[in-house]
Write a protein that binds this ligand. Sequence first.
Ligand SMILES: *Cc1c(COP(=O)(O)O)cnc(C)c1O
Length: 341
Amino acid sequence: MNLEQLVRENVKALSPYSTARDDFKGQADVYLDANESPFETGLNRYPDPKQAYLRTAWANYRRVAPEQVIAGNGSDEIIDLMIRAFCEPGVDSIVVCPPTYSLYGTYAAINGVHVVEVPLLADFAVDVSAMIREEAKLLFLCSPNNPTGTVVPEEDLRIICGGFKGIVVLDEAYVDFSVSGSAASLISEFDNLFIMQTLSKAFGLASIRVGFGLGSAQLIEILDRIKPPYNLNGWSQRVAAQAIEQSGQMESWKEAVLAQREVVASALSGNPMVEEVYPTETNFLLVRFKDASEVYRKLMEAGVVVRDRSNLPGCEGCLRITIGTMEENVKLLETLSNQES
Ligand SMILES: *Cc1c(COP(=O)(O)O)cnc(C)c1O
């Protein structure tokens, strides 16, 4: 696939931001090129616009090449970059598969880009044949999906990447919790596959805003043309790289969340107010209640905030409940069992 043909007209003419430091290879002693303060605070220098250290750290972690990685101010910024790189406002469209993460549509709307919906099927499976019929620049898939917890099987992903004429954007925000694993190895096979990942969930770093995009080197170069040069501050780049290099911490948190998820899921399954606890490969449960708004209100009263998803298509009566610490989960379950009267 010729990605350059899909690029927005104004972006075709751009090239990535470059600094004097890009011209200088090696370790300089004296930096008098950027009007920074010379006084050492640990934060007085501009951060690396190429995010070289961080991209390499993530590339090693995901077993891809550094040229196949970009970092954003959260994966939310990556969504925005993809739309702005490829979609002409008022002309082009993206495909989304509701019920799913709402920010794909939000960023499309901000950029004046049309949104075409291909809803999930009754069992929350993706409608493969319907989506490959769509003519759009980008197709957003989320696996495991927020809020349904479901995974797009690799066979389906292959058919979609092979059949869709634009770029398939696969959001793997919850992949660290999944048993199915990442599709990252497929980016070398399909040049129209782009994968988003984040440090906001399993890595416990939502506050520093670091997300990643994985794709062919050509695709990453296109995004580098429109990326704000200093989109990711130096502090975040450093904290992120350290967390990746010490991913054992994430692994142990993940094990704790998965163990607690089983406790919460089985308690909820036995609760008479619950109609269904959906299977999940994430750190949350989608739960269908007999009276979701009453449950939501009672939880709020007890100071327990969950996400009401009952207005989404296919999620009638559903609340999305994140797995917390053991103490938090006990509070949730106690509040729910005190409710029957
Ligand atoms: C939480 C979440 C993200 C993370 O976004 P960041 O901007 O990286 O914090 C991305 N996609 C989905 C589906 C999510 O649920």
